[in-house]
Design a protein around this ligand. Structure first.
Ligand SMILES: Cc1cc2nc3c(=O)[nH]c(=O)nc-3n(C[C@H](O)[C@H](O)[C@H](O)COP(=O)(O)OP(=O)(O)OC[C@H]3O[C@@H](n4cnc5c(N)ncnc54)[C@H](O)[C@@H]3O)c2cc1C
Length: 388
């Protein structure tokens, strides 16, 4: 199907990615990475050779030029085959590249962006805590200044890829006495620092090697140079994380969900054309035809919503409403679509050995991660009220 309004360069990028996926990410390997919890580092390096790690980074820092729709297209294409590759790609380009470009000091940009563009670094995005989910501004992990150092204590939960990341982008409470939203900072904590303890959490989906993790920070000392945004970032973390930062985070999640749903529809359509029951292909039954027609309609609408929000983000136009709508709509529809596709495969949609089983496990988390559907509905409602 034609990608509506996509420039030719994006179509060419998709072609390149599809060839890469077919040659470097065979289905059997994608299944193995999921089953054995493997991060295919070699594939990540080969992906870097295509130059796509630099899609969130301007050329002056060694990147390919900031291009949010192209970044989302890469995430979507990789997610059709394997989150074990898509998630580390996000760790480099979004948790790393996008965040450092938007919020880093000039020194931090010079230090990190060229390495990120080369695919040599990965970041984990450390927001959620054992007691803190949607209420991000209430994080309890503390950071205090002591003898020219920052000392971090506390815990983060469900942090994807911290086990393989080089740095943990960590939202901390830096001034316990300051009012809400004026008391937060973001610090960059190297994973290999004394006092950082990481444990894998086995989740229902997203099981590649960059799995979700528990992190504890036991009086972790880092240099002041690791305050995101430099000195100006101290106690100014909320303005760095809210708004544009979370907007793009929502789009990454939507792009993964869209990729998984597209893969599920392709597999279900193929199965429906070959599986024979009652003397004909099940794809000839109206019930199956309608299910696929509805799924394809949802995919089409999801693409429009996602890439419209990505185009706004690219132009640095306000897009909090559109990115929340994209996260809400795409993840909910993808969830519904994958379950519909599972039912087209009947029993074969429920067993290992069929990719559908993995798509189902993976898609279950998407209405929750990156801000739950309820939180997105709250955001949309609040923004519309503010317009009155
Ligand atoms: C596989 C996986 C990977 C993850 N990766 C990361 C990561 O890399 N980094 C990171 O920081 N976090 C990560 N998370 C955490 C994820 O972003 C949170 O789970 C999510 O933000 C929701 O938080 P919570 O689960 O604590 O739910 P809670 O916020 O406790 O909410 C529980 C329920 O209450 C509802 N609810 C809460 N507040 C409201 C409200 N105001 N109005 C209406 N309903 C409400 C929610 O919708 C939800 O249904 C990951 C989670 C998973 C499962």
């Amino acid at each position: 199907m034609l990608e509506y309004g996509e420039p030719q360069e994006l179509a060419m990028l998709r072609d390149t990615l599809r060839r890469f996926v077919n040659s470097e990410m065979p289905r059997s390997e994608a299944a193995r990475w999921d089953a054995e919890g493997i991060f295919p580092r070699k594939v990540h390096r080969k992906l870097a050779d295509l130059g796509v790690m630099g899609l969130t980074i301007p050329e002056e820092y060694g990147g390919a030029g900031r291009n949010i729709p192209a970044t989302m297209a890469v995430i979507e294409e990789l997610s059709k085959r394997s989150l074990a590759v898509a998630v580390p790609y996000i760790a480099t380009t979004c948790y790393g590249g996008m965040n450092i470009l938007r919020s880093g000091s000039e020194a931090q940009k010079q230090e990190y962006l060229p390495k990120l563009a080369a695919g040599e670094l990965m970041f984990a995005f450390g927001v959620t805590e054992p007691d803190i989910g949607g209420d991000v501004a209430s994080v309890k992990t503390t950071a205090r200044r002591e003898d020219g150092k920052i000392v971090v204590s506390g815990a983060k939960r469900f942090i994807t890829g911290a086990n393989v990341a080089d740095y943990i982008y960590t939202v901390v409470r830096s001034d316990p006495s300051a009012p809400r939203y004026k008391n937060l900072s973001i610090v960059l904590i190297p994973r290999e620092t004394d006092g950082v303890h990481i444990e894998k959490i086995k989740s229902i989906g997203m099981r590649g090697g960059a799995s979700t993790t528990d992190i504890t920070f036991d009086k972790v000392e880092i240099p002041e140079a690791n305050i995101l945004g430099g000195e100006a970032g101290w106690n100014n973390g909320w303005s760095l994380i809210a708004g544009a930062g979370l907007d793009v985070e929502k789009l990454e999640v939507a792009a993964m969900a869209l990729g998984i749903a597209e893969a599920a529809v392709a597999d279900a359509a193929e199965y429906a054309s070959t599986r024979q029951q009652f003397g004909k292909a099940i794809g000839e039954f109206q019930a199956i035809r309608h299910a696929l027609a509805e799924a394809r309609t949802d995919l089409h609408a999801s693409r429009l919503v996602l890439y419209h929000a990505a185009a706004l983000a690219q132009e640095r136009r306000p897009c909090s409403i559109e990115s929340s709508m994209a996260k809400l709509f795409v993840s909910e529809r993808a969830h519904k679509t994958v379950l519909a596709c599972q039912s087209i495969l009947g029993a074969y949609g429920c067993v290992e050995g069929f990719d559908m089983e993995r798509y189902v496990r993976d898609i279950l988390i998407f209405p929750i991660v990156g801000g739950s559907s309820a939180i997105q509905r709250n955001n949309i409602a609040k923004r519309f009220e503010q317009r009155r």
